[in-house]
Every structure is written in C-alpha cells, then in structure tokens.
Ligand binder design. Structure first.
Ligand SMILES: [Zn+2]
Length: 256
C-alpha cells in the first residue's frame, strides 16, 4: 500500500488547463456500461489532456489492415466471434505504448477487460516507470441506460454513437467523422440492451475491484448533462481515486 499512498500524494497541479503541461504522464481508464456516455467523455478527455485513446478494437483493426501474419490471426478470431487471446492483445498494447504519442500518457478504452490483462498492464506500465493513475467508472441506473439506448444511433463505419438529445451529430443523421448515415442497432433494443449491460457489468466488476485495491478508482455519477458528467470526471482526476479497498457490495445502482 505504501507505493499507492505515495503515488496518491504526488502533485496534481496543472490539471485544470487543457492541452496541459504535466509533470507526469497520465494514464486513464474509463469504464462505463453501454449507454453511459463513456464514448463522448473519452473523446473529450483525449482532447483535453492531449493524450491518445488506445482501444483494443482500433489495435485489432490496424493490425488487420497491415496484412501481417498476426493480422491474419486476429482477423480469424474476430471473424469466428472469438475473443482475441490475451497474449496477442497485450503484445499489441505493448507495441502501441512504445509509440512517441503515448509519451504524455494514454486513455485506455475497452481495456483491460480481465484481471489477468490488468495485472499484465500494471507490469508493463511499471517497467516503463509508469502506472495506472485513474480508473473512472461512469455509473448510471439500468433503467436510464435502457431508455438512453433506445434512442441511440450508431455509425456503421466507425462505431461512434450519437443520441438525438444527449449527443447529437453536427449534421442530421450522419456521422461527424466520416459522413456515414447513422442507424439504430438491433443491439440497442431494450431486451438486448439489458443483456449487454449485465454482460458488461459481470465482466467489468472484477477489473474494477482489482484497481480499487490500488486506490485509483473514482465512481462517477453518470446522470446529468454531458458537461456535468465531464466536470465530475475532471474533478475526480484532480482529487485522485477513492481510498484503497473500499467496501465491496455497493456496485449496483447509484452511489449516495
Ligand atoms: Zn463514423
């Protein structure tokens, strides 16, 4: 625990200004169930802190594009609907972290997905003299998630999601990134949405528990406007995570 206490006491100045001069690189992971608005907040954080977003989905797609032997293997797993083995995923992440644009830090997205991946990432960061600084968990009650998802629109090209009220595209019904017409996914229907939320939570809670032990997790109330949630996230990054080993069993529903 000593190292975690020491880390928590380290200066956190310079976080308020965007683009930001920081004394240390910043490593963030953002967790939030489907419909939590995590993607929108991730886009903001990347811009605000001037750090790249590292998502395993992007890494897989990038590797497939290069048409390497590894890319072929990745494509095989994805085409079969299988999980890409940790060994490959972690190797891609390791190589990504060596890129110069990661020098200021990274926002991880959709990773780590398992405790085994989290442990390996800890080791990788430690070897580079770094660490996971903040893990942000955006919490939203299930009913709110389901009704948000019912209105959601997705870009079939880049998977970015929009919502007519909460996160509208700049131009009606086309993606800001690539102009593709947006669609409502089958996945976003209420029954499917509930199942996806459950799968997400079952998968994510053990990983959160892993990071709670390090005192780097902040629970973010995800109900409110994009700006309100964004401010809570920035505040949490500035203040650091909840104390290590926070009591268990409080994962469902909003925090009081
Ligand atoms: Zn798009």
């Amino acid at each position: 625990m000593a190292s975690s206490d020491e880390a928590r006491g380290r200066p956190r100045t310079g976080l308020k200004e965007g683009g930001v001069k920081r004394a240390h690189p910043l490593h963030l992971t953002l967790f939030g169930p489907p419909g939590s608005g995590k993607g929108t907040q991730a886009n903001y954080l990347v811009e605000h802190f001037g750090i790249p977003q590292v998502s395993t989905g992007d890494l897989f797609r990038g590797e497939i594009k290069t048409a390497t032997e590894l890319g072929q293997r990745v494509k095989g797993y994805l085409d079969r609907g299988d999980l890409v083995p940790d060994e490959i995923t972690l190797d891609l992440v390791r190589r990504r972290l060596e890129q110069p644009d990661c020098a200021k830090g990274v926002l991880f997205d959709g990773f780590p997905r398992t405790v085994a991946q989290a442990r390996e990432l800890d080791r990788m960061l430690r070897q580079a003299g770094r660490r996971m600084d903040h893990v942000l968990f955006v919490r939203v009650p299930e009913e709110t998630l389901v009704s948000r998802m019912a209105g959601r629109l997705t870009c079939p090209t880049c998977s970015r999601t929009y919502h007519p009220e909460l996160a509208p595209p700049e131009n009606d019904l086309v993606c800001d990134n690539d102009g593709t017409p947006l669609v409502q996914r089958e996945d976003d229907r209420p029954e499917t949405a509930r199942r996806r939320i459950k799968v997400y939570m079952d998968q994510t809670l053990p990983v959160l528990e892993h990071y709670r032990g390090q005192g780097v997790v902040s629970d973010i109330d995800g109900v409110g406007t994009i700006e309100e949630v964004r401010d809570r996230i920035l505040q949490a990054i500035e203040n650091g995570g909840d104390p290590p080993h926070a009591p268990r069993g409080s994962e469902e529903g909003a925090r009081t």
